[in-house]
Structures are given as C-alpha cells and as structure tokens.
Design a protein around this ligand. Structure first.
Ligand SMILES: [Zn+2]
Length: 251
C-alpha cells in the first residue's frame, strides 16, 4: 500500500476531478496526509476529507500566508486537534526566502506553531527554502524531536545533520528531475528507516509529467526512483516508507 505524506488535494486545482481521483486512490493508499497552509484551507481540508478513512491531516500555516496569522488561529487549531483524532501533525510550517512576508513575521508564526506541536506532542512538517541553520536552531530551542523535512531538497551536509537527529526525510518528485544530481546523492545516503514519500500535489510533478498537475498516484514514481538509487526492490521501499509513516504519524 502507498503513502503520500504531503499533498494538497483541497486546493482548487482538484475541484473538477476530485471524485474520480478519490475513487482511484481509495484502493491503492494506506494513507494520504493532507497538509494545510492557512486557516481557511485547514477548514476546507477537514470539511472535504474527514469522512475518508485513508485521509489524515497536518495543520499548517505556510510562510507565504504568515501575514494572515493572529493568536485566534492557534486557539482554533487547538480546538480542532482536540476534536479530531485524524490530525496527526503540525505543518507545513517554516521559513521561505521567497515569501513576501518579512522574516520577523515568518519567524514569529513558525515559533508559535512549534509551541503548538510541543503542546500536543505532534510531529512537525517543515517547509524550508533558504534557512536551514535558523530552522535547525529553532527546532532545537523548542525541543521538537519528531520532525519531517517536507520535500527534502538540501545538500549532503544538511542530510548528515538531519540523520543524526533522526529527522524524517520526505522525498518528492523533484528527485526524478534531470538536473537533480546532488539530490539523488542524498537519496542514496538517506537511511531507509528515515525515508518518506510524498507528491506535494498539485505541485512538483515528477519528470514523466513535469509541468503538469501532479496527483498522489505519482508517488509511485518517487518510490521507483528511490529504489533505483538505492539498488533495492520497489516493494522494499514501499514497505519501508509505509512503516516509517506509521511510526512518525502514529497512523
Ligand atoms: Zn506543500
């Protein structure tokens, strides 16, 4: 059975073909972790997918939306977590060098959500673009132990630090890109007990459909690439990822 540890099926990109897609996903997936990016999106995701057995939720606040944040959001999220057992993580949260929101504001929001994760003892799903040192520092400061590095796209040095801390490395379709030579070195070195698979749908379509809308069915391409790079059977990687996802998200 497959796992997509990070997708956004509640985005408008899927509004037209959602039902057909869900029918296709049902038999193939043990779990999909739907990751939200702000309060509206969180509410929409929970409303749309709570009745599907194989959906789980990671509540986040993406750095692109940090300006919308206020303390009320934390209270709402805490209430939702108390009511819904299928909320299994906090994220995506993090820092993004391309966000139009000031870095101070992004940091404020990130730290608030790390506190929320600590309070509920939930794993965090990290979005990082350009701030690996700060992010590692904040995770340490806030004593966050269970960490998923969403769309792992960093270098071997960062991989080494992450592995020492037992952070999970969630690989996505970009490991299949022609120019992803360095990233593929990271996949080779990533210990099997820390790897996860994700699509980040509708984004990051793998090479075979690059430029088109991605969907969770293409998580198979990510698993195939990991297996190839590690010289392992596809089934072994599928099994490892499933085991790891069950462990980190307690699903
Ligand atoms: Zn995402």
């Amino acid at each position: 059975m497959l796992v997509d540890c990070h997708c956004h099926l509640s985005f408008p990109d899927f509004s037209l073909d959602l039902e057909t897609l869900l029918r296709e996903l049902k038999d193939k997936f043990y779990a999909l972790i739907e990751s939200s990016v702000n309060l509206d999106n969180t509410q929409k995701a929970l409303e749309t997918f709570s009745n599907y057995d194989f959906f789980y939720f990671s509540l986040g606040f993406h750095p692109h939306y940090a300006q919308e944040f206020n303390k009320e959001v934390l209270k709402k999220y805490a209430d939702l977590i108390n009511q819904n057992k299928k909320i299994v993580a906090i994220g995506e949260i993090g820092l993004d060098i391309k966000s139009k929101v000031s870095l101070d504001k992004q940091k404020e929001v990130f730290l608030e959500f790390l506190d929320l994760a600590f309070q509920f003892q939930l794993p965090v799903v990290i979005h990082n673009r350009g701030f690996k040192e700060s992010i590692l520092g904040f995770l340490q400061e806030k004593k966050i132990k269970k960490v998923v590095l969403h769309c792992f796209s960093q270098d071997l040095d960062f991989l080494e630090v992450a592995v020492k801390k037992n952070y999970f490395l969630s690989f996505s379709g970009n490991i299949t890109y022609k120019n992803a030579r360095f990233l593929r070195e990271c996949v080779k070195k990533a210990p099997s007990e820390l790897i996860l698979s994700e699509t980040d749908s509708p984004f990051l379509a793998p090479q075979i459909i690059r430029g088109k809308k991605n969907n969770p069915l293409y998580v198979g391409e990510v698993i195939k690439e990991i297996a190839l790079l590690k010289d392992r059977e596809v089934e072994d990687i599928e099994e490892a990822v499933l085991k790891n996802a069950k462990e980190v998200f307690r699903i």
